[in-house]
Design a protein around this ligand. Structure first.
Ligand SMILES: [Zn+2]
Length: 93
């Protein structure tokens, strides 16, 4: 029996493997789930998670946020203030 390695590199991978992503702000303690489906509609399924980490900042205090992932099937959704995360499109060209 081989152990499959799950790669979670992009927004599309999250959905494909049943994961949710969450951003938490260290400085002010706010946090919320990403609206992954809306982001895919906006940015595309190939948008890399590392870019989200790079571009996202807390809309309340401007602090750096951390990205964490969890299986939606086995972990309940934690409480959180809704956060609109400004994520820019990758530069084209
Ligand atoms: Zn904050």
């Amino acid at each position: 029996m081989t152990l499959a390695t799950i790669r979670l590199d992009s927004l599309g991978h999250l959905v494909a493997h049943g994961y949710a992503a969450r951003l938490d702000c260290g400085p002010c303690g706010r946090g919320a789930d990403l609206d992954v489906e809306a982001l895919i509609a906006q940015l595309g399924g190939n948008y890399p998670l590392s870019d989200i980490r790079k571009h996202a900042s807390c809309p309340h205090c401007g602090g750096a946020v951390t990205l964490s992932m969890r299986r939606t099937s086995i972990t309940a959704k934690p409480d959180g203030h809704p956060m609109a995360i400004p994520v820019r499109r990758p530069r084209s060209g």
